[in-house]
Design a protein around this ligand. Structure first.
Ligand SMILES: N=CN[C@@H](CCC(=O)O)C(=O)O
Ligand SMILES: [Zn+2]
Length: 418
């Protein structure tokens, strides 16, 4: 008796597999030569994992349609893996649209931060918010991300800066993980800023002696799952030594290191990340040539593009959704990466799938449409997948459906129930 299957997506103009040799990440030429099956089909089993991907006629010969709970005829459409957003701050209360206006008028990020705005503004409102309000806004934001094709997203804490609120944020992320279909990688970011009234040394001590031990207890009791640790390593925020101590303590608890570095000033964050075995470093606008070389050797993922690509760094993309940068859309991020950072479209897609999954330690299960990985995919209403990047802001019309583990969680003909 042949086994039942969950989903067949058949006869797609293109199935963008990304890579097909179990690669954990792609660099250099491999990012420009993605694995694409023309006129292909995808089979997802009842366990939600991909059972077969290949030419439509070969799949048709092997699988009878009666076996499937659901069959989607993708004629004239493309299939890509679910997009991975490797960097977001989606749990907070209060928006900062007024600061956007200040910045357009000439204020820098640090001008706003020093004037008591920026992260501190959000911290005040987030501390005052209830868990249910935070969960409601997080759910709406994750729904927006899903509608743009994201199926795995990193979610940071970091607007509490003290134990109670940091834990509340992580609990809210945990509640979303348990109740929503979107995959979540959670990050403790208690070192996102130095809280008002504390020195760097005092804040570091609080994280090392109070916050991390409390997290460790909740993680061992199964109350919380935390995947990564993050620090904002920046002049006037956490210096290199404080960053090192916090990241090392997180690593000792089994967390992946994935932190903000070299954003506004060169801090030698890239070298520190390479030394500590960071999975990813974000921003890096001010990274030095030595930092890039260290990251290439240490296999650390990063977003700053062209010269990193040439050096063999694993480039990954994220939206950095936060109250200072209100963007939920990875198709938009890929477009910006191509236009502003000179990525080729295949490089941008690799950076938003397999490499972003690698930055979250998930590329063994996510980031490509290979047999045995999660059946997370996006069906595009176009004959060539590049339209998703080319049509700026067009993803609403292009995304026909999104499936997670073979379950259709978004169908553009129906409304999303969250
Ligand atoms: N650079 C530090 N953190 C965030 C900004 C967070 C905020 O301003 O609220 C970022 O990635 O851009
Ligand atoms: Zn960030």
């Amino acid at each position: 008796m042949p086994t039942k299957c969950r989903l067949l997506v058949k006869n797609a103009s293109q199935v963008v597999v990304i890579c097909n040799n179990g690669e954990k990440y792609l660099t250099k030429n491999a990012m420009q030569n993605l694995c694409v099956v023309e006129n292909g089909s995808v089979v997802i089993g009842c366990d939600g994992l991909i059972k077969a991907v290949g030419p439509a006629d070969a799949i048709q010969a092997q699988y009878s349609e009666d076996l499937f709970e659901k069959v989607i005829d993708a004629t004239g459409m493309c299939v890509i893996p679910g997009l991975v957003d490797a960097h977001t701050h989606p749990v907070w209360a209060g928006d900062r649209v007024h600061e956007f206006a200040m910045k357009l008028a000439g204020a820098t990020y640090m001008d706003v931060h020093r004037a008591g705005g920026g992260i501190h503004f959000t911290v005040e409102r987030t501390r005052a918010a209830s868990a249910s309000d935070l969960l409601a806004s997080l759910t709406a934001r994750l729904g927006r991300m899903l509608r743009t094709g994201t199926t795995l997203v990193e979610c940071k804490s970091g607007y509490g800066l003290e134990l109670d609120t940091e834990v509340r944020m992580l609990e809210v992320i945990e509640a979303a993980r348990r109740s929503l279909p979107i995959n979540i990688s959670s990050t403790y970011c208690g070192a996102h800023a130095v809280p008002r009234g504390k020195t760097v040394a005092e804040a570091t001590e609080d994280i090392l002696q109070v916050q991390l031990p409390a997290l460790r207890r909740r993680m061992s009791s199964g109350e919380l799952r935390v995947d990564n640790i993050d620090v904002f390593c920046e002049r006037g925020v956490f210096d290199l030594e404080a960053t090192r101590a916090i990241l090392q303590a997180g690593k000792d608890m089994g967390l992946h290191i994935n932190f903000h570095g070299d954003e506004l000033h060169p801090m030698n964050s890239a070298q520190l990340g390479a030394e500590l075995g960071a999975l990813a470093i974000s921003h890096l606008e001010e990274v030095t040539a030595e930092g890039i070389a260290a990251m290439a050797t240490a296999k650390t993922a990063a977003p700053r593009a062209r010269d990193m690509l040439e050096a063999g760094v694993i480039v990954a993309l994220g939206s950095d959704f936060n109250p200072n940068a209100y963007c939920c859309s990875m198709p938009l991020v890929m477009h910006l990466a191509c236009v502003n950072m000179r990525l080729a479209m295949p490089e941008a897609l690799a950076a938003a799938t397999i490499n972003a999954a690698y930055a979250l330690g998930r590329s063994d299960t996510h980031g490509s449409l290979e047999v045995g990985k999660h059946g997370d995919l996006v069906l595009l209403n176009c004959r060539r997948w590049e339209h998703l990047i080319y049509q700026l802001g067009g993803h609403q019309e292009l995304i026909r459906c999104v499936a997670i583990k073979g379950n259709v969680v978004l169908d553009s003909d129906k409304t999303l129930d969250f």
